[in-house]
Design a protein around this ligand. Structure first.
Ligand SMILES: Nc1ncnc2c1ncn2[C@@H]1O[C@H](COP(=O)(O)OP(=O)(O)OP(=O)(O)O)[C@@H](O)[C@H]1O
Ligand SMILES: [Mg+2]
Length: 265
């Protein structure tokens, strides 16, 4: 199996502080990873490395077999192979675009409104991804008028548009109500179990948001890697307690997870 992502002794240092501290991590094709950790742990920084938008201060990062900063490696060739859905992306998009346009522009590597006419085949693809994410009824709505959940689903459809080999999701369920979260987790679960779907990495704060079909977990705290491996062996009460810094009990219910703090004595 080939490597989708390989970090070797990676540190990202800003103002004398290591946001990512000597992290080594390897993701293989077909794996779906969830990244857990408290606020400020370095999760988004890890996704920024994986998306080529950030270079390490030290160590090496290889994405889809290409080393960041390596001889002859052009990030502009690499970027279309990576789909990103995160808060930062939402801020870059023109808010007056319709939902369909927002997804469609991804095919052309643009965040701005298009000038040229789009191919019919691209429009069909955009419609199909929006359908998978349950957004078919919103095609002509302005992106700026969408609710948080509708916006998140649109961004995931957008990230799928370039047919990426790697899909990066930064807190896709944050801000959703219970129904919205369950709907999104179900849709991501369907995607995760599709053998043709890209490799996936999803940042979250809540084990309840881990979609069925996700296979591995990485836990970080203060930039340091605490655990990385299959969910079954690594998503334990011990590891999660260490990660969040308080006693927690994690439970598996079929293909879903939950966690809660121990009652005060
Ligand atoms: N350019 C920067 N200069 C200095 N510090 C930074 C910079 N970018 C991020 N940080 C800090 O690095 C730490 C890790 O940030 P990061 O966004 O990766 O955290 P996170 O795990 O995604 O947190 P959250 O759960 O709140 O999204 C934070 O303390 C943040 O303030
Ligand atoms: Mg973050």
């Amino acid at each position: 199996m080939s490597e989708v992502l390989e970090l070797v002794d990676v540190s990202v240092v800003r103002e004398g502080r290591a946001l990512v501290d000597e992290v080594s991590w390897s993701v293989k094709e077909g794996e779906r990873w969830v990244i857990l950790g408290p606020n400020g742990a370095g999760k988004t920084t890890l996704l920024n490395l994986a998306s080529t938008y950030l270079y390490p201060t030290s160590g090496s990062v290889s994405i889809l077999g290409e080393e960041l900063g390596g001889v002859g490696v052009d990030v502009f060739d690499l970027r279309p192979r990576i789909g990103i859905a995160g808060v930062a992306m939402a801020d870059k998009l023109p808010r007056q675009q319709t939902v369909l346009e927002t997804v469609l522009t991804a095919a052309y590597g643009m965040t701005a409104h298009w000038q040229e006419s789009y191919e019919r085949v691209d429009e069909d693809r955009a419609r199909a991804f929006l359908d998978v994410l349950g957004m078919s009824e919103y095609l002509d709505r302005r992106f700026s008028t969408l609710s948080e959940g509708e916006r998140k689903r649109t961004l995931i459809a957008r990230a799928m548009m370039t047919d990426p080999e790697l899909l990066l999701l930064d807190e896709p369920a944050a801000g959703l109500d219970l129904g919205g979260r369950e709907d999104l987790v179900r849709r991501l679960g369907r995607l995760a179990r599709d053998p043709l779907a890209p490799s996936m990495m999803m940042v979250t704060h809540h084990v309840e948001e881990i979609p069925p079909g996700f296979t591995h977990v990485l836990m970080v705290r203060q930039g340091k890697l605490l655990a990385a491996g299959p969910l079954e062996t690594e998503l334990t009460s011990k590891n999660l307690s260490k990660c969040f810094g308080l006693p927690l009990v994690v439970e598996q219910h079929g293909d879903r997870w939950s966690a809660q703090g121990l009652p005060l004595t």
